[in-house]
Design a protein around this ligand. Structure first.
Ligand SMILES: C[S@@+](CC[C@H](N)C(=O)[O-])C[C@H]1O[C@@H](n2cnc3c(N)ncnc32)[C@H](O)[C@@H]1O
Length: 348
């Protein structure tokens, strides 16, 4: 293939010009000029015209093969072109720490192991690939099926994720965690800081649906923000990871049904901030939880609400909180429902 031999420092500028002239071949890769270490070779499309062809030496060189861009570019290590063309390959997958989770239809499932191996070839930092067969049970965990694991590594689903700079252990097969809510958790940190500034002291926080603790990691890592933290979850596997993730000396962590906490005198009226994140049940659970707040404390909650039920939800919330509250639509949850958020001060 034709290549221009150009001084190394002019490479970017010449690449841009060739691109603008549609003279760069698809997947073009620059390579060092073997005859002069101060020059690079840039491929030029066959038949393309450019005044650059008369300004710089034109040499013939083997083009570098384009680097694979997706796992699909590795399928030819396992399958014939005919087989590859006969399947609609999945185009979306999710990274959770060093795992990949992917949804497959029945035809794609026949090639699950090959898809897993091709993904390991494409993603060097991935340890194992699992088919995600959907969310199951009251703890909303994933039903996972191993497709491929990197040689010499284990196939556990326990993995470490990083959210807003904080490392957290999670396990998609035993606990709920979704990176999609990370913006909400940034908002919780802002809310907690505002409360601290308003009260002019560190604050007490209760997170009774804490999962593995993604809302709490930013709070405990903010110096002087918290004086007291009660975090719990009904799922024992989540509580085990929560204990590893949140190690502040003042943190009390329990495996408990949130709806029973108000029966404990030592917890009632103790908190400045209460998080209610059980989106399918928040409105029903809320009356059990409000006694945990002190007079003037803030509740911050999330609820999945069908669009047609929004007005009814406003009324339920107003009855529970004793005043009308804005329900903010945060993101769409399904074709007809949204994930919504509310925040309110409570006076007993
Ligand atoms: C939507 S997740 C939220 C987890 C976490 N706050 C987060 O943002 O990732 C809801 C959590 O509530 C827990 N859960 C379900 N029912 C519960 C109950 N009755 N009491 C306490 N926790 C419960 C589930 O195990 C799950 O971890």
């Amino acid at each position: 293939m034709r290549h221009l031999s150009v001084p190394r420092q002019e490479t970017q500028q010449i690449l841009s010009q060739l691109k603008a002239e549609f003279a760069l071949p698809q997947g073009a890769r620059v390579q060092p000029d073997p005859s002069d270490s101060k020059r690079t070779l840039i491929p030029v499309k066959e038949g393309a015209e450019s005044e650059l062809l008369s300004r710089y030496p034109v040499v013939h060189a083997e083009p570098l093969t384009p680097s694979p861009r997706t796992y699909r570019d590795h399928l030819n290590s396992f399958l014939s072109d005919l087989e590859i063309a006969s399947i609609e390959w999945p185009t979306r997958h999710e990274f959770v720490g060093d795992l990949i989770l992917i949804k497959l239809d029945s035809k794609q499932r026949e090639y699950g192991e090959i898809i897993g191996q091709a993904m390991l070839m494409q993603h060097a930092r991935t340890r194992a690939v699992f088919e995600d067969r959907g969310v199951v049970g009251e703890y909303r965990v994933r039903d996972l099926n191993l497709l491929a694991v990197r040689d010499g590594f284990d196939s556990t689903t326990r993995t470490q994720i990083i959210e807003s700079g904080h490392q957290l252990w999670t396990d998609p097969s035993t606990v709920y965690y979704s990176a999609r809510l990370s913006r909400e958790r940034e908002g919780t940190l802002e809310c907690a800081k505002n409360l601290r500034d308003m009260l002019n002291r560190s604050i007490s926080v209760c997170d009774p649906y804490a999962g593995v603790g993604p809302s709490l990691a930013p709070l405990v890592n903010e110096p002087g923000l918290l004086s007291n933290l009660f975090a719990s979850d009904l799922n024992p596997a989540a509580v085990e990871l929560l204990r590893e993730n949140i190690s502040a000396s003042y943190a009390e962590i329990e495996c408990t049904d949130a709806r029973t906490l108000h029966e404990r005198n030592e917890l009632c009226g103790k908190f400045d901030l209460l998080l209610v994140n059980i989106p399918h049940d928040t409105l029903e659970h809320l009356p059990h939880l409000l006694p945990l707040l002190n007079d003037g404390g803030t509740v911050r909650g999330w609820a999945v609400i069908e669009e047609e039920d929004l007005q009814a939800a406003r009324e339920v919330l107003a009855n529970t909180l004793g005043k009308s509250v804005e329900i903010e639509v945060r993101r769409s949850y399904s074709a007809t429902a949204n994930l919504c958020r509310f925040e309110s001060k409570i006076h007993h």
